[in-house]
Design a protein around this ligand. Structure first.
Ligand code: NDP
Length: 405
């Protein structure tokens, strides 16, 4: 029925490609393209062996619009799933506009020389996509992505007004490495070393990096120290969900991870400005990325689970209500299914689901959108069907203080 082009052959790209190939009644032809074609070919070989499906592969530099345009014209897909890096979002959107195909990604644009992720650059494409009759779906991974769908589902079925939102993200897995990041190291470290930020009473409150933390009790896992971070879905959710008094994002890190990160920061290895080394400019964080394990290599032997969800408090039928909706995902089970780890999987499956809803017309409207702007029900059903079943707890005490008037 639909031809799809996937760009980016990392941890997430591999999962999206496997999951699209496993749904061959929807995605009848698949091409995986990335900077390093050998990585696409290795994923294609696994997919052939594990699912009996053949896919095409290609080399593309997604920073170059003409290269993208040529590839899209040659393959002629209905949409592009962008799971390369956030730096490529705008060039891929430009190429989609030029060739008349729909667009989906999992992380918002940030300029390479400034660690500042914001939707403003991509939201500015609204009129262009509308006029072209094309759709761009932004941030369709887990967080951002499923967390927005969870919030929209809570708004639709459980609340008249949502007042408090805490997105809680735990990785209680063990990959056996002293230090590794579960998604692209450069993007991950840029995100974590930024100042924290949360939404309260209609404005942003800024905090020093990783300065606010407390244990949060995760289902089937137990209490884990969780750090307040700024995360990109807070920007769109505070715009799209009315009545919010406060919205925050929390993520767990082990003490080992925090200690490594502090040392790397203190010695200058997380800098994103170029330094001269033997007569050549290098960016310390990019060099660090080159020596850290690739996220796609962590799956084998990874044990434990992730648990990501939304803890919400608000009003239903004039009464206060709490609601907690979450997914737990097991690293080892994911490796069995698609040779990946759970962080790549929890991002790649929602990207496949978003693409499926777009190409089947269930989520289809011209313009640039975030996931919470669509009916959450078909997405929630698909999560249960395609590997990320969710659970809910209603009116349990939530571990957060709720004091904002
Ligand atoms: P990886 O580093 O494993 O993979 C990134 C891939 O993009 C690599 O294959 C890389 O190629 C390719 N790439 C980079 N630059 C270019 C370019 N100019 N042209 C073509 N291909 C390029 O990262 P992940 O798979 O872990 O993450 C992918 C994306 O998913 C990131 O944007 C990340 O922020 C996002 N993400 C979103 C999450 C969510 O829940 N919403 C959670 C986790 C990740 P090469 O192999 O040659 O380096």
């Amino acid at each position: 029925m639909s031809k799809v082009l996937i760009i980016g052959a990392g941890g997430v790209g591999s999962v999206v490609t496997h999951k699209c190939a496993m749904l061959s009644e929807v995605f009848t032809e698949i091409m995986l393209a990335s900077r390093t074609k050998a990585k696409c070919d290795a994923i294609a070989a696994d997919i052939k062996e594990m699912h009996g499906v053949s896919i095409s592969t290609a080399k593309v530099d997604a920073d170059q619009v003409p290269e993208l345009v040529a590839l899209i014209k040659e393959f002629n897909p209905v949409m592009v799933i962008n799971v390369a890096l956030p730096y490529q979002d705008l060039t891929i959107m430009d190429a989609c506009l030029e060739t008349g195909v729909h667009y989906l990604d999992t992380a918002n644009y940030e300029p390479i020389d400034e660690a500042k992720f914001e939707y403003k650059w991509q939201w500015a494409y609204q009129d262009k996509f509308k006029e072209a009759g094309l759709m761009a779906l932004l941030g369709c991974g887990f967080d951002p992505g499923v967390t927005g769908v969870f919030t929209a589902y809570a708004q639709k079925h459980h609340f008249e007004q949502i007042h408090y939102l805490d997105i809680v993200d735990c990785n209680a897995g063990n990959h056996g490495k002293a230090f590794a990041t579960n998604f692209n190291p450069e993007i991950n470290i840029r995100e974590i070393t930024q100042k924290g930020r949360y939404w309260q009473k209609g404005e942003w409150v800024e905090t020093d990096p990783l300065s606010i933390h407390k244990p949060i009790d995760y289902p089937e896992i137990g209490p884990k120290e969780s750090y307040l971070l700024y995360h990109e879905e807070l920007e769109s959710l505070t715009k799209n969900i009315p009545h919010l008094k406060r919205a925050r994002f929390w993520m767990t890190f082990s003490q080992e991870y925090i200690t490594h990160l502090r040392v790397l920061e203190n010695v200058g290895m997380t800098r994103i400005d170029p330094v001269m080394y033997e007569g050549k400019e290098i960016v310390p964080l990019q060099f660090l990325k080159a020596v850290l394990p690739e996220p796609s290599s962590l799956g084998e032997g990874y044990s434990g689970k992730t648990s990501i969800g939304c803890q919400i408090k608000g009003i239903k039928d004039g009464e206060e209500k709490t609601y907690y909706v979450y997914n737990n995902c097991d690293h080892a089970a994911v490796y069995q299914e698609v040779k990946a780890q759970a962080v790549s999987y929890t991002t790649g499956v929602p990207a496949m689901i978003g693409a499926m809803l777009m190409v089947t017309g269930k989520w289809q409207k011209a313009g640039v959108y975030n996931v919470e702007e669509f009916d959450p029900d078909p997405f929630m059903d698909a999560l249960n069907q395609y590997g990320l079943p969710w659970n809910e707890k209603i009116n349990i005490p939530l571990p957060h203080e709720y004091d904002v008037q």
